[in-house]
Design a protein around this ligand. Structure first.
Ligand code: SF4
Length: 297
């Protein structure tokens, strides 16, 4: 724990006082393979993104050498990744050994959460009936896996679209009542233009949704967003892309995310975690406090 706070202090000193742009959060699209087929996922089973074990280790090591200290795996479904008998658990262990301080797995939660030393971000796309429509009757399987997980560092995450945004209140109350999750994070569906045109929320719906989320947060529900990030996301006036975040595929490393060269996507970005990071870099106290609450334990 002390190592984490010392690292944050050192990072803050170099970033804010010495004005250096040092990377911190590295994402890896470790595979495109997935056991589900959700309508809004552009990566799933596309054959484009599967890392080999050696390439994955080299990429992780290189990210660490360039300054990154926080790492997340996404996909596809990272929990199904394997290469010549090597598993995602080995990559997590390797990442810990070389010095990564926080490690996250974005998972659909359908595979038992048996890997220690990481945080899980588990997608749940609405209250039970709505989630099951979008994600193939997996709600009970996921909750059972969360209940039996080896850690309590588990967050629920919802991607808001036209399919589920009207169920926000029911979703937050249902998930909170399980007492299984440390918090509820979210994204807005904004990254795949053809899908967004059909399934994304409008600008007015977006504002209302964010206002409702903020109201629920003020009521005491564990929604992972700071006041600064809520305002920045609602007003869409945060500085992007974020050079301290990188996303690696097997072929390329992107600044911030794969849409960095797509201004029409970037200008409406709904990745709440990126907005939160932008507010930390803007030295907003509420954003700093939010991240300490999320990963400082
Ligand atoms: S859409 Fe733009 S701002 Fe959003 S995460 Fe991607 S690159 Fe960053």
């Amino acid at each position: 724990m002390a190592a984490k706070y010392l690292s944050w202090l050192s990072y803050g000193f170099k970033t804010f006082l010495l004005k250096k742009e040092i990377p911190y959060l590295f994402g890896m699209v470790i595979t495109d393979k997935c056991n589900l087929n959700c309508f809004y996922c552009e990566s799933k089973n596309s054959g484009r993104y599967h890392f080999s074990y050696d390439h994955a280790k080299a990429t992780i090591e290189n990210a660490y050498q360039r300054g990154h200290r926080s790492l997340y795996f996404t996909g596809g479904e990272p929990m199904v990744w394997e290469d010549k008998g090597h598993t995602i658990e080995e990559l997590i262990q390797f990442s810990r050994e070389i010095g990564f301080l926080e490690i996250f797995i974005f998972t659909n939660g359908t595979i038992p959460l048996k890997i220690k030393q990481c945080n899980y971000i588990v997608t749940i796309d609405g209250p039970k009936a709505i989630h099951n429509e979008i994600r193939y009757d997996t709600y009970d399987i996921i909750l059972n896996n969360v209940e039996n997980a080896v850690t309590r560092a588990i967050f629920a995450s919802i991607t808001f679209s036209k399919s589920n945004y009207l169920y926000l209140d029911q979703f937050v109350k249902e998930i909170s009542a399980t007492k299984l999750f440390r918090g509820i994070s979210f994204n807005l569906l904004t990254h795949w233009p053809e899908i967004v045109a059909e399934h994304g929320v409008t600008q007015e719906e977006r504002k209302k949704l964010l206002d409702d989320l903020w109201s629920l947060k003020k009521e005491g529900f564990p929604i992972v967003i700071s006041k600064a990030a809520y305002k920045a996301l609602r007003n869409n006036n945060w500085k992007r892309p974020i050079p301290q975040i990188e996303l690696g595929t097997k072929d390329k490393i992107f600044k911030c995310c794969r849409d960095v060269d797509n201004p029409s996507v970037c200008k409406n970005c709904g990745y709440a975690n990126c907005v939160e990071v932008s507010q930390i870099l803007a030295l907003k106290p509420s954003a700093m406090w939010q991240v300490i609450k999320m990963v400082g334990e």
